[in-house]
Design a protein around this ligand. Structure first.
Ligand SMILES: C[S@@+](CC[C@H](N)C(=O)[O-])C[C@H]1O[C@@H](n2cnc3c(N)ncnc32)[C@H](O)[C@@H]1O
Length: 544
């Protein structure tokens, strides 16, 4: 089923208008299906991905994985990505006072991650990636953050939770999100510790709002149109810095004949007078405190301190949110007296200019604000592609280039049996923090490899955030080590917590290399040892 010209296939759940899909496509993955229950979102998706046969308007609480399998004619898919709605976890909504208390806690949208996992359970993709807001970390005392990871692990995945910062990936926006990445246990490898910007990304050092939008025609409030010509003289003035690269490489302006969705919303005369009092980079609270500006708006001036914000050309834009569909007061243009247009918001999200939004302006703002910035998704896609390529080359026995699979020092330290691994682990697992710190590098590494060998379901990053709760689970028997208790969130054996922390300390201090810390060789040997020949790793990989 996998198209040979692509890096693999994917399904996009809760696809919205297709931010995640666009990034995956740019990372050379082929979309088998994309699903969302919102009519406008699917309309935009279809307009921009005509090649995707199954862009489906479906309610994922009703539509089942088996129905999807029947429609697309296969159960084989390399990657499932998705962003179950995040409003139920959003900090922004808690802060604005409109949605707190019991309503937040009972929000049924919080359960939608389980629908996402139901599709993972059915299709068993090699990798899954779920995006959410950072609020999921603390929601209900961290319960959901724990459950996504623990339930993903139960389905047979090595799960890693990553905070992703869009500005570091070349997006002109302060946007932080939570990623959960699951790697099927028979797929060898880990995700390197930080997402790298997509190959096409422009950084130097980061992209600013001005670089992303200041070539666009100047507009007043309630001005502009759903389709208009570019202002080429304005574009010609927009040179230097990242500008040229960003608008040509990321926004691909030359692929768009007409400028679309540069359509400014109206504002009341009172709001326009208030906007005019705010300087570039200021919010209304700054303007009141610093310069004694007096505002006419009737809202509580303390609570709504950043309700009116004029963005700054030379900085990243504030997080583009779906709430822009209600008002644009936090997104006043740096130099023009109006809020950002949908096209400007789309550019801040790194949607290219050829990407069409053939829906009403309010809906445009919503689907744009909901999207994963395509450039972030592309970085994710490239990291996943690299992982799958490494895994495939290991399966085909040509791993030397991708992963230094047979380093001389290491091969003598990879356990040859579970008994040996337990014996090596026992030499360091009972040490105190101080004793561990003093442990010789070779002995320590042997113990670390033993851990990766015995627990191929762990990811080194699981060693950093265990949560509170523990559970008893089947354990490797050993006369000295009691490995029966594991942390529910991280899956980490409680007894090996100090060992994990020491490994991180050594890795941060560059005392352990990337290849040693993420020792695929140990993980692979451990996985092979823990599975019967019927489930032999290489056979599984070669068959897929
Ligand atoms: C955060 S957005 C996802 C954005 C998308 N990943 C992107 O990059 O454009 C969440 C989406 O979930 C959709 N949604 C919410 N509940 C749903 C349900 N029960 N079934 C299908 N889609 C749903 C919403 O319509 C919304 O488009």
């Amino acid at each position: 089923m996998k198209a040979s010209a692509t890096k693999g296939t994917f399904i996009d759940l809760f696809c919205g208008c297709g931010g995640f899909s666009l990034g995956m496509k740019n990372a050379e993955f082929e979309c088998l299906a994309a699903l969302d229950f919102n009519h406008e979102a699917i309309k935009v998706f279809k307009a921009n991905f005509p090649e995707v046969t199954h862009a489906l308007e479906k309610d994922l609480t009703q539509f089942t994985p088996s129905e999807l399998e029947k429609l697309i004619g296969t159960r084989e898919v390399d990657v499932i990505v998705g962003g179950p709605p995040c409003q139920g976890f959003s900090r922004a909504r808690q802060r604005d006072g409109a949605n707190h208390g019991p309503r937040m806690i009972e929000d049924p949208r919080r359960q939608l991650f389980q629908r996402f996992l139901a599709f993972i359970e059915h299709f068993k993709p090699k990798v899954f990636v779920m995006e959410n807001v950072l609020g999921i970390r603390s929601a209900s005392g961290g319960e959901y953050f724990t459950r996504v990871q623990a339930e993903g692990r139960k389905l047979g995945y090595r799960v890693v939770a990553r905070e992703e910062h869009a500005a570091k990936l070349g997006v002109p926006q302060n946007r932080k999100r939570q990623l959960f990445i699951g790697i099927r246990l028979d797929v060898p490898g880990y995700l390197a510790n930080e997402l790298k910007p997509a190959k096409r990304a422009v950084l130097r050092p980061t992209v600013t709002l001005g670089e992303a939008i200041m070539d666009l025609p100047v507009l007043a409030a309630a001005d502009g149109a759903q389709e208009m010509d570019y202002d080429l003289s304005q574009r010609a003035q927009h040179t230097g810095g990242n500008n040229h690269h960003f608008i040509h490489r990321i926004l691909e302006v030359s692929r768009a004949n007409k400028l679309t969705a540069h359509d400014s919303r109206p504002h009341s005369a009172r709001d326009l007078r208030d906007f005019a009092k705010i300087r570039e980079g200021e919010n209304c609270k700054h303007a009141m405190l610093k310069r004694g500006a007096e505002f006419e708006f009737p809202y509580n001036k303390e609570t709504f301190k950043d309700r009116y914000t004029r963005q700054h050309r030379d900085r990243q834009c504030s997080t583009i949110v779906a709430h822009m569909s209600k008002d644009g007061l936090m997104f006043i243009h740096p130099t023009q007296n109006r809020s950002l247009t949908p096209r400007e918001a789309a550019r801040v999200q790194t949607f290219p200019d050829w990407f069409q939004f053939p829906i009403a302006r309010t809906h445009q703002f919503r689907v744009i604000g909901n999207a994963v910035p395509p450039l972030v998704a592309e970085a994710v896609g490239e990291a996943v592609a690299q992982l799958l390529e490494s895994a495939a080359s290991i399966a085909h026995g040509s791993s030397a280039k991708v992963i230094p699979f047979k380093s001389a020092t290491r091969s003598s330290s990879i356990p040859s049996s579970q008994e040996e691994a337990l014996a090596w682990l026992a030499t360091i697992a009972l040490l105190t923090r101080q004793q561990l710190r003093k442990t010789d590098a070779t002995i320590f590494l042997r113990g670390w490899y033993a851990l990766l060998y015995l627990y191929p379901d762990l990811h080194p990053e699981n060693a950093t955030d265990h949560g509170e709760t523990k559970e008893n689970s089947a354990a490797h028997p050993h006369h000295q080590l009691d490995l029966s208790q594991r942390y529910i969130r991280s899956g980490w054996p409680v007894m090996l917590e100090l060992l994990g922390r020491e490994a991180w300390h050594r890795y941060d201090a560059s005392l352990i290399s990337d290849d040693d810390f993420y020792c695929v060789e140990a993980q692979l040997a451990g996985f092979a040892a823990s599975h019967s020949s019927k489930h032999n790793l290489l056979r599984v990989l070669l068959a897929s």
